[in-house]
Design a protein around this ligand. Sequence first.
Ligand code: ATP
Length: 578
Amino acid sequence: MKFKELAEYFEKMENTSSRLALIDILSELFKKTPKEEIEKITYLIQGRLAPFFVPLEIGMAEKTVAQAIANAYDVTREEVLKSYQRLGDMGKVAEQLNFKSQISNLKSQLTVEEVFKILTEIANTKGGGTVEKRQKLLSDLLQNLDSTSAKHLVRIPLGNTRLGIGDPTVLDALATAKLGDKSNRKLLEGAYNRTSDLGLIAKTLWEKGLSGVEKLEVRVGSPIRSELCERLPNPEKVIEKMTEVDVQYKYDGFRVQIHKDGDNIRMFSRNLEEMTHMFPELTEAAKRQIKAKSVILDTEALAYNPESEEFLPFQETTKRRRKHGIEAMAKALPLKAFVFDILYKDGKQLLDEPLSKRVEMLKEVIREDDVLIRTKNQTVKDPKELSILLEDAISKGLEGLVVKRLESPYEAGGRNFNWVKLKRHSSGELSDTIDCVVLGYIAGKGKRTAFGAGALLVGVYDSKKDEFVTVSKIGTGLTDEEWREIHKRGDAIKVEHKPARVSSSIIPSVWIKPEIVIEVLADEITRSPVHTAGKTETEPGYALRFPRLVSFRSGDKRAEDATSVLELISLYNQQGKK
Ligand code: ATP
């Protein structure tokens, strides 16, 4: 396929505000894609050259890209930056300059394969003269592409493709294109939950069909999508529903999936990002303490003082999620990883083994020491005993407990009653915070206009439809500093029309790409005709009453990891029932 043709599909996808249209366009593109190119195109539509967990970033600075554009179209970098100021999008700058420079459309003959190869070369360029080499590679590409291709190409090294296609939408489109409809999509989803690699799934589907995809197993080095918790309001309800449970502390740190293959240790976050380099002390401990050649462990990492038995709050631990000054920070705030599950050992995936067996295996696999700490667990079937354990957890400064069904398999990517979190709350309040996605700003009056926002339009994630739906407007309670922060992040991802995966009856002054996740505490969930969360043709939606910002969660959560509509409804059904 010519890159030009792919760029035309990018253009169509960018211009649609409907998710269904997005699936149609994407599956039309996939239908035309031969097996040699399907993997590459699957990564490119997500603005990448490799799956999300492989840190192969093209990462070019705006100024470098501006210089490449200037060289390609024979203008000065200042001119490029000036139009960038006006247009706010380097893609459009390249499109316009290409148009003016009258590069003939006929000249745009590069294939997807060729462009992909050069982008990979740019990503792999290292050492002296990197900036110049990358600039040259990019400007040579631009000289051989038409204006639409140029627009979409330059956004890739800037990490700013604007297509906003979620992973579930890609799975829908792959299924529609190759299998005719979405009836077997669940099998694709299963493979995705085990491997987190859409390109691999697409390639396998094209080459070996559905049975090949079903056989895709967990791999050391590819993160498994995390299993998550449902909620129940109190210990009585837990025992009523689950009879007998394995009880563990709920630590409030980061989810870290540790992969060991010999001496090669890698770590992934819950949102599938590689974070090995951030935690050198965990890498060392994994080498020292794991008694197996290859292993995948599920853990929660946080700062903990074993002498005083103090767990540091999330705000402290989160200082460790950084790219610079890692060694110094590792000394000042060393982390422990509480290991609560094992998903793979020496060539065998363990997802289908019962939890009780997996937890037992941990005893043999983890050598006792003080960095990787095997999570204590206990089987409980009495609600009173569970209450006492909950109180104990709270008094230690923990969030609460996670209770798990003893016989349950590890359901990658699942959130159901196999795992349930129990937190403390006083009666009348919501039992948990809600993670919302910022969808837009509503212009403010007076003091707030200085920051360009009077209220934020926020939503939650409808996982069935792969859409973001609104639940609230948040205006009060944000400090000036927090407004500045939101504004700084939001301005960089402004878009001209409603993103295709957003469903809203409120039109904000400015739409932004659904990327910023904030943790919100509200007094209550109420029904509301204004908001689209959980709204149907006959039923009103759900909304938050008295919402206030608790923290920014974009570091560890993608927009799709925000609270889902199903969770919101389950919280609504639980409130006031304590
Ligand atoms: P919250 O915002 O309350 O932390 P969440 O939305 O991040 O919750 P949940 O599914 O509600 O995720 O809770 C599961 C999270 O709790 C896991 O992702 C993990 O990071 C953390 N956790 C802490 N201790 C445990 C444990 N013993 N077992 C499983 N998960 C644990």
